[in-house]
Design a protein around this ligand. Structure first.
Ligand SMILES: Cc1ncc(COP(=O)(O)O)c(C=O)c1O
Length: 311
């Protein structure tokens, strides 16, 4: 089985309890005019970033210090700090400001309480200096060489973890959905899902709902990450290929004024979901769920990737 081969080849560490549940939501589907709606509850297993961190933290020497970046309310930074701590490693994070909401404040507070160092830049323009400082201090935090994790964990090794999530979905559904909706930030999550869907031979379209700047959240980068991940799996000695045309990724914009700024569409979606006991965050979940409320959207059987784990 492919998932077993991948786990044997990459030896990921264990940070979550898989599979993440797949929940059917018939009443919410009806409210949205859909035939069927499932939520892939990545939020219940620590959030989508944990999938990638199992691979990014794998086989690191003891006392390693991981350095990464993100916005002040970045769940990637929080998940990195938590996962590293659980494995006995340390973290130094460099952050840049984002609009404050209750949720972003809670994530920032939790990151500050978990990471060994948080360097906060005054703006995104001064982020490089914050990164430099975090990197320098990281040398003294653990004793080993610091290890870099790119923003959002967008690295082919992490995408392998997202790919496994899609294979997991393949075992949870008898017939493919016509659409999978996922928030698009740095692209790794959507890349892994698209690769998994292609491998499963599904004709499902992956809709990446862009919640960050086009500079990081775009189709080109997502597909490139997916291709690099396929190459990485092959380099591990596993016979693996999918045709490029089988990766169906559509990017739709829902960012509004900027990353982390709540939007009217998103907040409307958040309110509707809450009526059905589905709790969404304003930055990722609400904006991407909002896609399903758009009048011009013609989708029927939908899996919504619920990614945000509450701190
Ligand atoms: C809660 C949450 N959902 C979705 C995403 C988007 O994932 P990706 O960066 O892999 O596109 C992120 C990224 O930080 C996230 O924190």
């Amino acid at each position: 089985m492919l998932a077993t081969k991948i786990r044997a080849a990459f030896a990921p560490c264990s940070l979550g309890t898989w599979p993440a549940p797949l929940e059917a939501h018939p009443a919410l589907a009806r409210a949205l005019g859909l035939q069927a709606l499932w939520l892939k509850r990545e939020d219940l297993t620590g959030g989508n970033k944990v999938r990638g961190l199992e691979f990014l933290l794998a086989s690191a020497p003891p006392r390693s210090v991981f350095v990464t970046i993100g916005a002040t309310g970045s769940s990637h930074c929080l998940a990195t700090a938590r996962s590293a701590k659980a494995q006995g490693y340390r973290t130094a994070v460099a952050t840049f400001p984002q609009p404050e909401t209750d949720v972003s404040r809670a994530v920032a507070a939790s990151t500050a309480a978990t990471a060994n160092l948080v360097v906060t830049a005054s703006s995104i323009l001064t982020l490089p200096w914050a990164v430099l400082r975090a990197w320098r201090v990281a040398h003294h935090l653990g004793g080993g060489t610091p290890r870099w994790i790119p923003g959002g964990g967008a690295d082919p090794r992490a995408v392998v973890g997202q790919f496994l999530a899609a294979l997991e979905l393949g075992a949870q559904l008898d017939t493919p959905p016509d659409t999978i909706v996922v928030p698009l930030g740095t692209g790794g999550t959507a890349a892994g899902i698209a690769l998994g869907v292609a491998w499963l031979g599904w004709s499902t379209e992956v809709v990446g709902v862009r919640v960050a700047s086009w500079f990081v959240a775009n189709r080109w980068r997502t597909l490139r990450l997916a291709r690099k991940t396929a190459a990485l799996i092959r380099r591990a000695g596993i016979d693996f290929s999918v045709p490029r045309s089988a990766m169906r990724v559509r990017v739709v914009d829902a960012m509004g004024k900027g990353y982390g700024h709540p939007t009217r569409e998103g907040e409307r979606a958040r309110a509707l979901a809450a009526e059905y006991a589905v709790r969404l965050d304003p930055t990722y979940g609400a904006k991407s769920f909002g896609f399903l409320q758009r009048a011009d959207v013609n989708v029927q059987r939908v899996v919504f990737w619920h990614t945000f784990a509450w701190p």
